[in-house]
Design a protein around this ligand. Sequence first.
Ligand SMILES: [Zn+2]
Length: 526
Amino acid sequence: MPSPASRATINRLLSLTANAGCRGCGRTHAAHDHHAHGHGAPHHLGGAQGALAGAGGHRGMATPVESAVGGPPPGNTDYAFEMAASTLRFGAHATREVGMDLSNMIRQLPAADRSQTKIGIFTDPNVVKLPVMEVVEESLMREGLNWVVWDKCAVEPTDKSWQEAIDFSRTSHITHFLAVGGGSSMDTAKAANLFTNYPEADLFEFINAPIGKGTPIEKKLSPLIAIPTTAGTGSETTGTAILDIPSRQFKTGIASRALKPTLGIVDVNNTATCPKEVSIAAGLDVLFHSLESWTAVPYNQRTPRPANPINRPAYQGSNPISDIFSRWALTTTIKYLPRIARDPFDFEAREQMLLAASSAGIGFGNAGVHMCHAFSYPISSLNKGRPKASQYHHPSYSPTIPLIPHGVAVSLTAPAVFAFTAPSSPSRHRDALSIFLGPARAHELGAIRDEDIGRALSEEIRKFLDKVEVPRGLSKVGYGTEDIPKLVEGCLPQRRVLDLAPVLAKDNLAEEKEQLAKIVEGSLVW
Ligand SMILES: [Zn+2]
């Protein structure tokens, strides 16, 4: 006769049973019919009622152990969030340390591998001529490092420009990646790093579904250091890389914590050469990274709950830690971006905007963004496919490449978007409004009723965009009523961000389309 099982073994077996079934009720069923079978009381009941419902449910449960120690709340919404951010170093002149950083990393390798190291610097044709590159190369030279430069990162990268950078990286046997530039160069370096570590993978392997396969990245990638030269995308701290696929008139990307740089070096000297319009467009990106992540669906209302933590998306929904970064970045951007519009050499304003960009990066990199970003992709992409005569060119950007800068594209729908989302959380939108109003106009806030918060916030966003000279609506960048269906169609597949949009009718396509069309219509002229 076998000896009786120990208490520990019984507990282990019971907990295995618990994991095979639903965490809430102990039965096995598909995620989509979660809790369609009755429990005697609805699961969403909170407080005492919820406790009673739970107690009633015990009788039918196969998992007394799990319920005894307490499991995650029942349902298909997430119950946890995580914070991932690159190590960041802030400071004027910190760029000159990059050679030592790379040496430090290389020293950790086994002796035989050290001589094989090669650093790939990813930058663009403009930044390669700027003083920042001199500082970087001098720093690498001082350490006796071996490097190659790829200076063809495209502003607004495409599948083609990514593929070229990837081919270069794969054939150059790069072991350490260094991005010097704006979001475009940093995102290209992330892609080069990813696909060099997956030498057989096709470009669409990791691109967000439904455009790509959206395969999770399971390998640890090579070290990547990012040195931003604009105060914008926050790409130095996020796991996001965005690209345009012109053949499909579609802009999307890869979002995975695995992509985030090992280190971001944030040095105010590197934005000194940034033209005013570029600084403003980048700053607008910061503004809406902050405001969208602050108002995104909360993480514990996002579905589906991941079956494995590796599937928990980088964009998880607003959460208490992202909130701190997003709100601070919003306050800072509202204060300092107009100063850059008045004087692009304002040192303090440039310094604060760099901090805000990274801070917003930590916020939205973990919470996500929503509708302004979802719309910005077709807004930017469709412009490139239009007849030459009607293409929009933004001042200070290349006269030969039609471009609605990302930050401007994001801003164009913002007044309509936040009027739409306000009912989801009047208190959060009221708080954002109070930041726009500032201390001098704080007294106005009390007189605004909850139902009018969206309209008031929308009005303040418009005034702010005027101050920084954003074109007043989609009509000013060449879109008309006839483009509404195309902009809605281009926005709809952006599920990664649309799923975080509050109020949007995500389970009713016809209604969702109608809501999106109304937002575009309200964004044509303002
Ligand atoms: Zn952005």
